[in-house]
Ligand binder design. Structure first.
Ligand SMILES: Cc1cc2nc3c(=O)[nH]c(=O)nc-3n(C[C@H](O)[C@H](O)[C@H](O)COP(=O)(O)OP(=O)(O)OC[C@H]3O[C@@H](n4cnc5c(N)ncnc54)[C@H](O)[C@@H]3O)c2cc1C
Length: 386
């Protein structure tokens, strides 16, 4: 039987990367389990290569720590693209206002840089490591992988569900919510010998979808498969149209991952919402974000969004943490996945190393020490009126 890790991070997308880095830096022997053969999930294999803003649109940085570190890492091995100089270099708040702190990056450079980071930090990475079950004793004490040599248990003291689909929550008996309203997408790159172009194909996310299209569940085998197939047809149809005017254009790189945005997430009694919680300070805040869709909006994120309800050593990060539908649209994007990843990885490390339930105040102190912005003065009201 393998010795237990302190922290086992399941899923190596952006949230998993941030969680693993946070856990190992906080002294936890950390393992990351990823079913594919590269880190990044949607943000690399899915070709979703726009690191949305870390600011509020008025020149204030909302998300620091690992969220900012990963944004910078995205151009370590590639030219920096569409990142305003005002955010790259020292500048005043007034100079930064109106210029969003976001960038477009190369998926290959991001995969290489993230893997190098995790290995340098001392994270054990297992690829081809599909988590298909959980091990319970008096509580959650391991996850089961489906490997080429049969099932294998990876034991741990604390766990972080970064699968994007709340797989671990679902298997560990947490209450989860499915979203069957995903649309057809097909982000890809085309090239014609001179112009390499990212094409963000998607049916409308908020409005009516075309009559010829449909909606998909992110947890049903048939729907996931059909979403992938329909996404490829979407790319092919688009390509045929492009080639009518430019016969040299061809699909340079297509996604090797699904294009589903919101699949399954942790359910909580209280859930973060886009409108209701704008400029609301949660006393148990574990991070802060802006709104990628509109400037002038600020949020704090509650601890309840990332903490398992029925397993006191299970944490959740990324697009499967708890939020109601509008809040989900903010928690699912890359910068917020980094923020919740850092918080969940830190909480898991504290849980594993102390053997006790995590208290919010020391968690917040550790996060602030590690660069996370937790600034009550940026908010207008306090949740619960305290
Ligand atoms: C079409 C589309 C456009 C988008 N546009 C943007 C954008 O422009 N900018 C932006 O910031 N965000 C955008 N997003 C959202 C963002 O890309 C994702 O929500 C975010 O990258 C999710 O990160 P994650 O780590 O939570 O999940 P994922 O990226 O889904 O990572 C989960 C990882 O876990 C692994 N995994 C899953 N299940 C298991 C298991 N059982 N065992 C082991 N490993 C497992 C997966 O292989 C994957 O590597 C977009 C998303 C979509 C679909």
């Amino acid at each position: 039987m393998d010795k237990p890790f302190d922290v086992v991070v399941c899923g190596g997308g952006i949230a998993g990367i941030a969680a693993a880095v946070a856990a190992v830096r906080n002294g936890a022997k950390t393992c990351l389990l990823e079913k594919e053969y590269a880190l990044g999930g949607l943000a690399t294999l899915g070709l979703i290569v726009i690191y949305l803003p870390l600011d509020d649109g008025d020149g204030t940085l909302m998300s620091g720590g690992i969220a900012e570190e990963l944004l910078k890492l995205s151009y370590k091995y590639a030219p920096v693209k569409r990142l305003p100089d005002e955010w790259r270099n020292p500048a005043s708040k007034a100079e930064r206002a109106g210029k969003r702190y976001q960038t477009e990056y190369s998926p290959g450079a991001m995969i290489l840089a993230c893997e190098e980071l995790l290995l340098n930090e001392g994270v054990t990475i297992y690829y081809d490591a599909h988590v298909t079950g959980v091990v319970k004793d008096s509580g959650l004490c391991g996850v089961t992988l489906s490997t080429k040599r049969g099932p294998r248990d990876i034991l741990g003291h604390a766990f972080v569900d970064c699968t994007g689909d709340a797989d671990i929550c679902w298997m560990a008996g947490e209450r989860t919510v499915d979203d069957p309203t995903n649309v057809r997408t097909g982000w890809h790159y085309t090239y014609d010998g001179t112009d390499l172009r990212l094409r963000g194909l998607s049916d409308p996310l908020y409005g009516e979808i075309p009559a010829t299209s449909r909606r998909y569940s992110g947890t049903l085998l048939e729907d996931i498969s059909q979403n992938v197939i329909d996404g490829r047809r979407f790319i092919l149809d688009n390509l045929k149209k492009l080639r009518e005017t430019n016969p040299d254009v061809y699909p340079f790189l297509i996604p090797s991952y699904h294009g589903l945005r919101m699949t399954r997430r942790l359910a909580a009694d209280f859930e973060f919402s886009e409108d209701a919680h704008e400029r609301v300070w949660f006393p148990d805040a574990i991070g802060m974000i802006g709104n990628w869709k509109r400037p002038h909006l600020r949020y704090s994120l509650p601890y309840s969004a990332i903490a398992g309800k029925r397993n006191d050593n299970l944490y959740v990060a990324g697009r499967c943490c708890a939020a109601e539908k509008s809040g989900w649209d903010l928690t699912r994007v890359i910068p917020t996945c980094s923020v919740t990843g850092q918080a969940a990885g830190t909480a898991a490390a504290i849980r594993a190393l102390t053997g006790k339930p995590v208290e919010v105040a020391p968690l917040q102190e550790t996060l602030v020490r590690d660069g996370v912005i937790l600034d009550r003065s940026l908010m207008d009201t306090v949740y619960g009126g305290q």
